[in-house]
Design a protein around this ligand. Sequence first.
Ligand SMILES: C[S@@+](CC[C@H](N)C(=O)[O-])C[C@H]1O[C@@H](n2cnc3c(N)ncnc32)[C@H](O)[C@@H]1O
Length: 317
Amino acid sequence: MHISVLLEEAVDALNIQKGGIYVDGTYGRGGHSRLILSRLDKSGQLIAFDKDPAAISEARSILDERFQAVHSSYAGMYTALQSLGINRVDGILLDLGVSSIQLDEASRGFSFRHDGPLDMRMDSSRGKTAAEWLTMASETELKEIIRTYGEERYAGQIASAIVMEQARQPISTTLRLAEIVAAVVRKRGHRDDRQHPATRTFQAIRIHLNQELEELSMTLPQCVELLNTGGRLVVISFHSLEDRIVKRFMRMQTGTDTLPRRLPIREEESRLHNQQKLRIIGKKIRPGSDEVSANPRARSAVMRVAEKLETRNAISR
Ligand SMILES: C[S@@+](CC[C@H](N)C(=O)[O-])C[C@H]1O[C@@H](n2cnc3c(N)ncnc32)[C@H](O)[C@@H]1O
């Protein structure tokens, strides 16, 4: 089961207009989608995306003519909407990362707690599995990925242990990878009872394999392009790397983020940079303690909301 995080808060933040067109970029198990649909009237529309074929097949069980499910990354949102004849929408929700169903289903290979094939693809219909990727990754690449996407302080030692074990016998299951990583972390005397020692490494490989940060960065500008004036962009992130991208992007679009002062920036670039396309709505929102105790996965969630402004030329710096 997947319990939707910040369910009411996120849908409230979309400021639903009954007859509007909305996008749920991350259908998952449809918690947010169902609530959005309940707030639309007969003329409203909701288009949901998910990379995961299992999520989309569940979505297709919603028989509602106001609803369409598209099997695609949200990074393909602009093109997919165009092909549905939709140029503008009134709100977009991105509830990032993996669902509890993906994490808990051993056969998907995301979990260091349940043994399964080392897969980790959100879109199980294409691309390399984590096990296949490990057969090709160099120690340097592994170290870089584990350090950058996992913010893991033992990245070097973990990468070296993985490459050594991989040479002895290909690592093909989640528990084997978890044991290799845990052994390194424990040998360094590190203990954190709140977190399994392989958490950061699994997160890093998952982010890399699914191109999570690249796709998020490609999608945010499409959202701004697609929104009608007054339309809302609502993003729920689950780790600081995602949240940093969202925060930076929203600030840039408000024209309040500063460009490095000493760079020779031409007037045109400066004018474009200062074009204010979004207004930030409220402060970042975190789930309350009741939600976190009912759903520990909500613990790290951060929601940010922005609204599309009428595009106008800002004054150059
Ligand atoms: C946290 S869950 C969403 C849960 C959903 N809001 C709900 O209430 O049930 C994230 C979902 O987004 C999907 N996802 C992650 N990255 C994606 C991407 N780039 N494009 C499309 N779907 C993506 C995952 O497959 C997963 O099903």
